[in-house]
Design a protein around this ligand. Structure first.
Ligand SMILES: [Cu+2]
Length: 153
């Protein structure tokens, strides 16, 4: 290849590099993305067999039956600016009342077998709770809570 051919090759390579630069910078800075989560509701229960001692449940003292409802998974992480698509499927429990007030989801009832989809923008960083207003305490087979972390960047 002569010097003119090398020059053309270098020029074309530079143009391609410049065209790819925004993509590279965007990746380095972490562009917003859509993050999808599939969460199911779960139910854990412990029941004393004959001859077994009761266990101590918070707020209730000694009990022979203990039930807790859960979100599974119970810990979700996104970046600030991401669009979140959160699907919650009620597999266990009569009904749950999903509450994420920081992102405009206020007490949405999901009955057994039902699947609900929530879409919102994670526009603020921090640690947020996904509560169930039907299972708020040990007396109500809770607290049923998941944690939603929005990372600042
Ligand atoms: Cu619940």
């Amino acid at each position: 290849m002569n010097s003119r051919g090398l020059w053309r090759l270098g020029f074309v390579g530079s143009v391609i590099g410049l065209l790819l630069l925004p993509w590279g910078l965007g990746s380095a800075q972490g562009q917003s993305a859509t993050k999808e989560f599939m969460v199911v509701t779960g139910e854990w229960q412990w029941k004393a067999k004959p001859g077994e001692a009761p266990v101590t449940d918070r707020n209730r003292g000694s009990v022979t039956v203990m039930t807790r409802y859960t979100y599974d998974p119970g810990f979700l992480v996104v970046n600030k600016g991401d669009t979140v698509v959160l699907t919650i499927h009620n597999l266990k429990g009569d009904h749950h009342i999903v509450d994420i007030p920081a992102f405009g989801i206020n007490e949405v009832k999901i009955i057994r077998g039902e699947e609900r989809k929530f879409t919102f923008k994670a526009d603020k960083a921090g640690l947020f709770k996904i509560d169930c207003k039907n299972h708020v305490s040990a007396e109500k087979e809770g607290p049923m809570v998941a944690y939603f972390v929005v990372l600042d960047r």
